[in-house]
Design a protein around this ligand. Structure first.
Ligand code: AVJ
Length: 344
């Protein structure tokens, strides 16, 4: 009993109803959104993804309170090279980055999390305003309160928003000298066309004198990438599986974590790391107003993490209207921190 209508993520509400229609016992409910309080804020894309022939859950649902902590733990793993490689690049070239990007900017931190990366650059970048944006505000307010004490002269603001679907900054965010900060290779979660569109939107928000400081993971040895997304301790597995707990809380579904296994690997043909959850045995999942059966071995695709070649990353930025790109890399591990200016 699997939804016959193949829907792809982002098709809108039609896919949502297809996902809920598949339990014949519940046909009286098919036209109604489940109207629990929790469901009122659930994006239709969650139902779209669960109902799609190839089921998907958007990676943004990985970051509930526990998921954010598990991601922090991932960043400490010996196999997970991006965080420490990027930190080494900032440590080594931060002063030059600040000369290139300029001081006194409005630093807009996209996916700020605990704000630690941006804060470590404050002494060099010396922003006049700091705007921390994250989908999960769990960490934001505490982190900002601590930072306000350490840097009382920097005006700070926290914004809880999903900037992947839109990026309208409120009026009190200064329009001049905006420096967007997008570290951690988070751009990799977008497909290249989506990434281009997202960068274009950033470019429009930059104004004429703005810029972007971005960390992008580069293609490297497959074994290194495979290990980074399927670590020996199983932290990435826990991070991935936790998305089912989060979804259970959001839509009242009954995903049984024990019935699923983590799959993470670099897909060479697609140029991306993929994470999936694979059903160990047949799984019957139900939620108010719908459900879905999964065969043993069937997968839910939970994340893509595109890896770029340096030249491709730069042309992506140029296609989005940025110019004068400067690139800093690490001598041991391919990863790029790039500053790009808004083209005039
Ligand atoms: C936060 C999207 C950059 O793709 O490397 C880490 C998330 N997923 N391990 C990445 C992640 C599995 C991470 N990003």
């Amino acid at each position: 009993m699997i939804a016959k209508t193949a829907t792809s993520p982002g098709q809108g509400a039609s896919g949502a109803s297809a996902a809920r229609m598949i339990n014949p016992m519940m046909t009286s409910c098919i036209t109604e959104q489940p109207d629990t309080l929790a469901n009122a804020h659930v994006p239709a894309e969650l139902f779209d993804g669960l109902g799609a022939r190839n089921a998907t859950i958007s990676p943004k649902f990985l970051y509930d309170a526990l998921g954010s902590k598990l991601f922090e733990a991932i960043c400490e793993l010996p196999e997970y090279y991006p965080t420490r490689t990027e930190a080494a690049i900032f440590a080594r070239h931060g002063a030059e980055m600040a000369r290139v990007a300029g001081i006194g900017s409005t630093l807009v931190d996209l996916g700020a999390g605990n704000c630690a990366k941006a804060a470590s650059l404050f002494p060099l970048l010396r922003p006049s305003q700091y705007v921390a944006i994250d989908i999960s505000t769990e960490f934001l307010h505490d982190a900002l309160n601590r930072l306000r004490q350490r840097f009382p002269h920097i005006a700070m603001e926290a914004l809880g928003l999903d900037f992947s679907s839109g990026l309208e900054l409120p009026g009190d965010v200064r329009a001049e000298k905006r420096l967007f900060f997008y570290p951690g290779s988070s751009l990799g979660n977008f497909t290249p066309p989506e990434a281009r569109a997202f960068l274009r939107r950033l470019r429009r928000q930059c104004g004429p004198d703005g810029g972007l400081l971005i960390g992008i993971d580069l293609v490297k040895d497959k074994a290194v990438m495979d290990a980074a997304y399927d670590d020996a301790l199983g932290v990435t597995a826990a991070f991935n599986l936790n998305v089912l707990n989060h979804v259970n809380g959001l839509i009242g579904s009954d995903f049984d974590i024990r019935g699923w296994r983590h799959v993470g690997f670099y897909n060479e043909a697609m140029g991306r790391v993929e994470m999936h959850l694979e059903a160990k045995t047949p799984q019957q999942v139900r939620w108010p107003g719908g459900g879905r059966d999964f065969a043993a071995g069937e997968r839910i695709h939970t994340e893509n993490s595109y890896k770029y070649r340096q030249a491709d990353a730069i042309s992506l930025l140029e296609q989005a209207g940025f110019e004068a790109t400067r690139v800093w890399t690490d001598p041991h591990c391919p990863f790029a921190v790039i500053h790009a200016q808004a083209a005039g």
